[in-house]
Write a protein that binds this ligand. Structure first.
Ligand code: ZN
Ligand code: ZN
Length: 293
């Protein structure tokens, strides 16, 4: 069977677009729409990965492969109890949602993909040599991320000519090596780091990026063995862990940490507060510290 050759961690939309460009759809835009516009569902689970597999790939990329290799699901599951993770995964595979959730946001106010698409120049080169097209990668799109976790290179997001970035809302048929869709300039993006530097201390930033990338690969098994009760027996409370996390990130509050991680914060009567009480990357940052205590 003809199996589409796509790199692990290519975004779902990227895989859909490459598959369409290879001539497997009459209308790639229809498949894109089916794959889902960005939307904010409150606590809505179910991506219908199996449906997308049938609809877009005639089963040649399975629902399981879509979830495990082309979605942020493994990252989300890494911080869940094993039984809950199995249940969530089953929901994602078979739920009847009609729309596969493009941004994989899991919770409405905790998007795991920044609005602007980013790419790593080394990934682009390697993809072009191997597949003839270059893919957008999941781990480049995490809002706090400024580097490719694999190649350590600064990510790129803005066109040198029009200074604009490709953006997911467009749901256009775009791949990472394409000319700028907005001005037609041959794709040569300025490094993202020039516009938007890492917001936290380098050590904390890289440690979190590496942990998140290992979690996406399903390798951060130590997260599940994090044992709050065992810490308490040693006189360490979660308050201590949180306080160590804030110190590590050079922050005084959770809201400040959220801002450094580019997590959505809202103004409420002049006070800034988190839209989602426990954003995934924040949890990971805290666990990252707790595991070292
Ligand atoms: Zn890379
Ligand atoms: Zn441009």
């Amino acid at each position: 069977m003809d199996h589409p050759q796509v790199p692990r961690f290519a975004t779902t939309l990227s895989v859909v677009n490459a598959w369409g460009r290879a001539g497997h759809f009459g209308n790639a835009r229809v498949a894109n729409e089916r794959a889902g516009f960005p939307r904010h569902f409150d606590h809505q689970f179910g991506w219908a990965a199996d449906q997308l597999s049938k609809f877009a790939f005639a089963g040649r990329i399975s629902g399981d492969a879509l979830m495990d290799q082309h979605s942020h699901l493994p990252l989300q599951l890494s911080i869940m109890a094993a039984n809950d993770a199995v249940e969530m995964r089953n929901g994602m595979r078979s739920a009847d949602m009609h729309k596969y959730h493009q941004l994989n946001q899991f919770f409405a106010w905790d998007p795991l993909e920044a609005p602007n698409l980013r790419r790593c120049p080394t990934c682009v080169e390697e993809d072009l040599a191997r597949y003839g097209v270059a893919h957008w990668r999941l781990h480049h799109q995490w809002p706090f991320t400024r580097h490719c976790a694999e190649h350590r290179t600064p990510l790129q997001q803005a066109c040198v000519r029009c200074k604009k970035s490709p953006f997911v809302e467009k749901v256009a048929i775009q791949l990472a090596h394409d000319d700028c869709l907005l001005c037609g300039h041959h794709a040569h993006f300025t490094p993202l780091i020039d516009e938007s530097p890492v917001k936290g201390p380098a050590e904390a930033y890289w440690s979190l990026l590496d942990l998140a990338f290992r979690a996406l690969k399903g390798e951060a098994l130590e997260i599940r063995s994090f044992d709050e009760a065992a810490l308490r027996r040693r006189g360490i409370t979660m308050d201590h862990v949180v306080s160590k996390t804030l110190t590590r990130w050079n922050c005084r509050s959770g809201v400040e940490l959220a801002a450094k991680l580019d997590i959505v914060v809202q103004e409420d009567n002049g006070a800034r507060k988190l839209k989602n009480a426990s954003p995934l990357m924040m949890k990971l940052a805290v666990l990252n510290c707790g595991l070292e205590m």
